[in-house]
Design a protein around this ligand. Structure first.
Ligand code: SAM
Ligand code: SF4
Length: 469
């Protein structure tokens, strides 16, 4: 494959410059296009990024909420990160795991320890994990396959992990194929920053991660290897946030153009967090304010209406409450990001083994309850890829009613399992009310579907598990 650099820094800055002071009429036309669920062009997204009129910004937030509701319904998919090992050959200036950080204790989970972590996560009710690895010869594709197999084979009571996603360094097509064979969900790679000079400075020469294009094309190789769901992301706070949103959009367009209209499955937009012995973070001049963070979430929602958006527990509960309705489709909860962090969770933070500090360390049960109180339905659904419906965002685009027919019923069914098997009495009460509200909606719009869901719910009540449509 010829790797043409599709990120042109000067062009992005030109487009942003030309988009300054947009006319309200232009903005309204862009809003109308988003409402039709059409992906925006860079010039259009740039105008949203340069928007400063408070009234139009409020309108943009309302629109983001509406698009989220139209495309995803009120489901929020839950997952948990699981850190496998923090050895790393790279020296990313912002990361607590960087090679030269001698205060970080290096550790890799043994298979026994991994099983223990998985059992704990299962005992909380998790069904979807993202496994996270440093970049190190110890963590080659064969090792990763072994860890993935171990996760799938570890069952605890009624618990099991049904979807393993991966966040790791870019690989070769041959190596991706090994992961594809064992069965993974999404493969995520964050470009960190799309700005070339900043990228090269933060990923020093002589390290593997220094190679911008190898990383930029990392997900192309994954798709070539047959992994249908890939996740892109930028680490906000390394460079200008407007530039990074443009980078994410160009990356999306590139994947769509290369793979017959199928863009990224998810977009992540983590903000830089303090990490042990990592002064770069405190000194960064590009930190993103809460106000700008809110804007960027809404602008991503409007720019790529069909792509899943992931908000992590790096953010505080307050921020999560505020931005989830603006377009987020997946969150993690009850998360620990130290190696062996779930077992040691009772001790709170274990900074010497963590990559960075988490903003939201509430339990899964607590977050689930809050999500219900916000009028949403938590989902642990993993049916999509196991039923061969990969690229389900694409299916949603291609087939009207897809979300209503499959995703919403499966959200209800997997949530019911959670309520019966893991929820506290208080959460169960709030959760049952939320399910009933959804069933009432089905009663009004599609009574046949409602009956189907009721039949499946009865099976779950009788003790069957992994029931989906
Ligand atoms: N080592 C692999 C890599 O760098 O691609 C994958 C795992 S790395 C542990 C996962 C992500 O954590 C990185 O892609 C980066 O965006 C994010 N990260 C690193 N340092 C961070 C920090 N201080 N605050 C927030 N996120 C950070
Ligand atoms: Fe290593 Fe990833 Fe951290 Fe960079 S971000 S130092 S590659 S773990």
């Amino acid at each position: 494959m010829i790797e043409k650099d599709f990120i042109n820094d000067a062009e992005i800055w030109d487009i942003l410059e030309n988009a300054k002071n947009p006319e309200p009429q232009e903005i309204r036309e862009i809003f109308a296009k988003s409402l039709e669920k059409v992906r925006l062009e860079p010039e259009e997204t740039a105008k949203l990024l340069q928007l400063e009129d408070p009234e139009l910004i409020e309108e943009m937030y309302s629109l983001a909420r509406k698009i989220k509701e139209d495309v995803y319904g009120n489901r929020i998919v839950f997952f948990a990160p699981l850190y496998i090992g923090n050895k790393c050959v790279n020296n990313c200036l912002y990361c607590g795991f960087r090679k030269d950080n001698h205060l970080t204790k290096r550790r890799t989970l043994t298979m026994e320890e991994l099983k223990e972590e998985v059992r704990i996560l299962e005992s909380h009710g998790h069904k979807r994990l993202i496994l996270v690895y440093g970049e190190h010869p110890d963590y080659d594709a064969d090792f990763m396959v072994k860890t993935i197999e171990t996760v799938y084979n570890t069952k605890f009571g009624r618990g099991e992990i049904r979807r393993v996603n991966i966040n790791a360094a870019p690989m070769t097509v041959e190596d991706y194929k090994k992961l594809k064979e064992i069965g993974i969900g999404t493969f995520q790679i964050f470009q960190e920053t799309y700005h070339h000079k900043t990228y090269e400075r933060l990923h020093p020469k002589g390290t593997l991660k220094h190679d911008y294009l190898w990383r930029l094309y990392g997900l192309d190789r994954a798709m070539e290897a047959g992994i249908d769901d890939v996740g892109i992301g930028a680490l906000f706070g390394l460079y200008d946030w407007k530039f990074e949103v443009m980078g994410l959009l160009y990356h999306t367009i590139h994947l769509e153009e290369t793979f017959g209209g199928i863009g990224p499955h998810t977009i992540s937009f983590p903000r830089l967090e303090p990490a042990l012995n990592t002064p770069y973070v405190e000194n960064s001049s590009y930190k993103v304010s809460d106000e700008d963070f809110k804007k960027l979430v809404a602008i991503i929602r409007l720019s790529v209406p069909y792509t899943g958006m992931i908000l992590t527990a790096r953010e505080s509960p307050e921020i999560r409450r505020e931005v989830i309705p603006l377009g987020v489709s997946q969150i993690d909860a009850g998360s620990r990001i130290g190696i062996g962090g779930y077992k040691e969770a009772e001790r709170g933070y274990i900074p010497e083994k963590e990559q960075f500090h988490l903003g939201d360390i509430r339990s899964l049960d607590e977050v689930i309850r809050e999500i219900c109180e916000m009028g949403c339905i938590p989902s642990f659904c993993t049916a999509g890829y196991r039923a061969g419906r990969t690229g389900d965002h694409f299916m949603a685009l291609a087939k009207p009613g897809f979300v209503h027919k499959f995703c919403m019923p499966n959200a209800i069914l997997t949530f019911k399992e959670y309520l019966l098997d893991y929820a506290s009495p208080e959460t169960r009460k709030v959760g049952e009310i939320a399910i009933n509200k959804e069933l009432e909606k089905f009663e009004r719009t599609d009574p046949e579907r409602k009956q189907l869901i009721l039949n499946k719910l009865a099976l779950i009540e009788e003790g069957q598990r992994d029931v989906y449509v």
